[in-house]
Unconditional design. Structure first.
Lengths: 164, 164
DNA sequence: GCCCCATAGTTGGGTATCAAACTACATCCT
DNA sequence: AGGATGTAGTTTGATACCCAACTATGGGGC
């Protein structure tokens, strides 16, 4: 219940009261960019709290899934698929290796690139996170409504693909 | 053209070639959370580059708009409307004051809270950024399509408002 | 074989963010 | 009036990210 509903914001006080304050959002109310950010932030926070319960960080989740589905993927391919800079991946991969969730081997044919693979422990952790993510998705689906879900997803994909 | 289209990723090499690599996204392909993040990231990056051209950071934009539309707003109200923690706002407000874009006065009735207002210079900068944002929005609209825009926006607002 | 340039991954610097602890002021209750 | 409790804003510490510069490796042309 954090953030905008187009009219104002709702704040929770410590005693459990809620105070509504009317805020004028001006053009932000009908601009896609702002609302996209607010929605993503809210969804991310929710998933973040959820995945904290199982002791994992949300960023690890997409990474593990992509490695599981593309065994032997390189870090650069992974960073592209994940939409992050390759340098952001360095500490993540290090952490996952250290905790024994993935393994990383130099390629024979090209000794610059690594091949990443899940370990059995990694598969177990991924299964746990996937269940957690499915609950999160059900929550999102409830808000979006099944009828509009497909269209909504299509538009998101187009934005990711066609934005310059 | 960065990121997922549901089938793979497209990478640009230095010689201008494009190399397509087929990536299996598994459940990520049809999960809202992941695609929401990818779309937001892409849109944000685009706006970020655009606003760099006029020497401003994208985060400042929503802040200035909200102050303009709600003269005398407090920092806490602002942080709620903006969907950020109030502590994130401290350096932003400091920077805007230092550069003479906003002014901040203690309230008489409650000497803890500040009232924020735009200066004339701030109004000028906001006008500049608004033009920049409108171009960005036109680009988004083109991708989304006018027919689906309203529905899309509604769903984004619902996610921001109803997510726990 | 050697040079040039491209690529895989890392490092370093800078920014944005959150959460929790803190300071100063306000309000409520008795 | 004064102590308990709550709120506005700041500080501090941690995380995640980008970008540019770097190291090491690969490969084509000669």
């Amino acid at each position: 219940m954090r953030g905008s509903n187009g009219k104002g914001v709702v704040r929770r006080t410590k005693n459990g009261e809620t105070v509504a304050k009317s805020i004028n959002f001006g053009p932000l109310a009908y601009w896609v960019g702002f609302n996209l950010r607010m929605a993503q932030e809210a969804a991310f926070q929710a998933f973040s709290h959820r995945s904290q319960e199982i002791g994992e960080s949300p960023g690890r989740f997409a990474t593990l899934t992509l490695i599981a589905r593309n065994p032997g993927i390189s870090q650069t391919e992974l960073s592209l698929a994940n939409g992050r800079d390759k340098s952001s991946l360095t500490p993540v991969v290090e952490d996952l290796v250290r905790r024994g969730l993935i393994e990383r081997k130099r390629m024979d044919s090209d000794r610059r690139t690594y091949r990443l693979n899940l370990t059995p422990a990694g598969k177990k952790t991924l299964a746990l996170m996937t269940r957690c993510a499915r609950r999160h998705e059900r929550n999102l689906d409830r808000i979006i409504g099944l009828r509009d879900r497909k269209k909504f997803l299509q538009i998101l994909k187009r934005i990711a693909a066609e934005m310059e």
